[in-house]
Design a protein around this ligand. Structure first.
Ligand code: ZZB
Length: 266
C-alpha cells in the first residue's frame, strides 16, 4: 500500500541528540523525521510526532547535507525505492548510509516543523508505546482530532508528563477540527474515545474498533473544514493534498511491501 512519507524538519534537537550529532553531520544540514501516513488530508492537524521509545532509529544520509530518521527496516525499503543509490540496489543493510543510531527515547523533546500543520511554531517528538517497528517507517505523525490512538496517547502523556519525562504543554497543543462527519461531528477521534469509553492507550480492542469507524466515517461521509479543498469530500481532498505535498517536496511516496497488510478504503 502507498503511504505518504512526510518530511518533518528538525528545528531544535533534544539535549541528548544535540550531543550525539555533534561532529557527525554538517552544522547547516537538514534533518527530517519521516512519518508514513494514510491520511494526508489530515496533515493540517499535526500536533506532535511519535516514536517508539525502545525502537532503534537511524539517521541516514539522503543526499548532500540532507538526512532522514527512520527505522533501518524502512531505510532498506527506501533504498529499493531509489532514495539512497538511485537505481543501484544495495547488497546488504550494512551498505545503508547510516550516520548514527539511537533509541526513540533519545529523540524525545526534539522540535520539528510539520508541513501544512496549523502549529507553525513546531511540534514535539513524543513517546508512544504502541508504535510498531515493523510497519511504515516506525515514525508516526499525530493527529488527535481524527486518530483515536493519537488522542488517547496525548491524553495519557499530558496526565503523566513527569513519568514520561516530557513537558506537559508539549502534549497539550490546541486540537483543531479538520473534518466534519454526520455521526461524530467535527472532532471524530475525541467523540469516539468518549463513546467507546476508552480510558488509556492500552485499551487496544476498543481503540482498533474506533480506528476502523474513524477511517470509514471520514472517507465515505467526511467533508473538509480547512485547507485548500475546504468544502470537498475527504475522498477527493485526500488525493489532491497528497499530490500537492509531493509537488512541494514536503513528502514522497513510500511503499511498505512487507508491512502488515490491512485492507483499507483509503
Ligand atoms: C496520520 C493519521 C491521521 C493517521 C489520522 C491515522 C488517522 P494502518 O491503517 O494500520 O496501516 N501508523 C503508521 N505507521 C505506524 C507504526 N509503525 N506504528 C503504529 N502506527 C503507525 O495504519 C496507518 C496509520 O497508522 C497511519 O496514518 C499512521 O497514523 C499510523 F486521522 O497518520 B496515520 C483513524 C485513523 N486516523
Amino acid at each position: 500500500q502507498e503511504y505518504t512519507a512526510m518530511k518533518l524538519q528538525v528545528k531544535e534537537w533534544s539535549p541528548k541528540m544535540a550531543e550525539l550529532v555533534k561532529g557527525k553531520i554538517e552544522d547547516d544540514a537538514k534533518v527530517y523525521f519521516v512519518p508514513a501516513t494514510l491520511r494526508p488530508e489530515t496533515m493540517y492537524g499535526q500536533n506532535s510526532c511519535f516514536l517508539g521509545p525502545k525502537i532503534n532509529y537511524g539517521l541516514f544520509k539522503l543526499k548532500e547535507k540532507e538526512y532522514v530518521i527512520v527505522t533501518k527496516r524502512a531505510a532498506w525499503n527506501m533504498a529499493f525505492q531509489g532514495h539512497f543509490f538511485g537505481d543501484k540496489f544495495p547488497k546488504s543493510q550494512d551498505e545503508l548510509p547510516q550516520v548514527l543510531e539511537a533509541p526513540g527515547s533519545a529523540y524525545i523533546g526534539t522540535l520539528v516543523n510539520a508541513p501544512l500543520s496549523f502549529h507553525t511554531e513546531g511540534i514535539r517528538i513524543l513517546p508512544m508505546d504502541s508504535v510498531s517497528a515493523s510497519k511504515g517507517t516506525g515514525v508516526v505523525t499525530s493527529v488527535p482530532s481524527d486518530s483515536p490512538d493519537d488522542y488517547a496517547t496525548l491524553m495519557d502523556l499530558a496526565k503523566k508528563a513527569d513519568y514520561y519525562g516530557i513537558k506537559k504543554e508539549w502534549a497539550e497543543l490546541e486540537i483543531y477540527p479538520l473534518i466534519d462527519t454526520p455521526t461524530y461531528g467535527n472532532l471524530t477521534a475525541p467523540a469516539l474515545v468518549k463513546e467507546l469509553k476508552i480510558n488509556s492507550p492500552k485499551d487496544t480492542v476498543p481503540l482498533a474498533k474506533a480506528k476502523e469507524l474513524a477511517y470509514s466515517e471520514a472517507f465515505y461521509k467526511g467533508t473538509m473544514l480547512v485547507g485548500e479543498y475546504k468544502g470537498e469530500p475527504v475522498s477527493a481532498a485526500k488525493e489532491k493534498v497528497r499530490k500537492a505535498l509531493y509537488e512541494s517536496g514536503d513528502a514522497f511516496p513510500f511503499a511498505d511491501p512487507m508491512g502488515k497488510v490491512v485492507s483499507r478504503s483509503g
